[in-house]
Design a protein around this ligand. Structure first.
Ligand code: CA2
Length: 145
């Protein structure tokens, strides 16, 4: 069975507790449960992780090589700043999907810039928690040839 790492960056551990008007009221634990259930439905093994630390995210991406077939990454604010994450994604040579809950292009200008997009096969944003399911379907199609 194909396997995907769903990796979440800084502050996403706070989902559902603050700013529900921007990020919704679903918690990250709810999203993890939804992803695990969807993985069973579409035959995709799911590993789910979150870190507030850029280096820990780099380490998780490195560790995905040989362990997973693809990476779904909501890098949070590091999306807009991190060359290190871009380099890490490029280095592992796994298909990666950039994911955001919010429509970053309808928000502040600094959120229109993504360093990681260059290393990703595609981007999903603006669909809230449902975006994780959409990204899983896209990854399943990508890794199943
Ligand atoms: O829309 C997304 O998923 C983002 O990746 C979320 C990041 C933001 O910096 C990106 O531009 C877009 C921020 C995550 C912050 O999450 C919070 C959750 C609850 C309360 C406060 C922040």
């Amino acid at each position: 069975m194909a396997s995907v790492l769903i990796l979440n960056g800084p502050n996403l551990n706070l989902l559902g507790t603050r700013q529900p008007e921007v990020y919704g009221s679903t918690t990250l634990a709810d999203i993890e449960a939804m992803c695990l259930a969807h993985g069973e439905a579409i035959d995709l093994k799911v590993s789910f992780a979150q870190s507030n630390h850029e280096g820990a995210l780099v380490d998780a991406i490195h560790a995905a090589r040989g362990a997973h077939d693809g990476i779904i990454l909501n890098a949070g604010a590091y999306t807009h700043t991190s060359i290190a994450l871009m380099d890490a994604i490029a280095s592992v040579e796994l298909p990666a999907i950039e994911l955001h809950l919010s429509n970053v292009h309808a928000r502040e200008d600094f959120r229109h810039v993504s360093y990681i997009a260059k290393a990703c096969v595609g981007i999903i944003c603006g669909f809230g928690a449902q975006g994780y399911v959409l990204a899983m379907d896209a990854m399943k199609a990508k890794v199943s040839g």
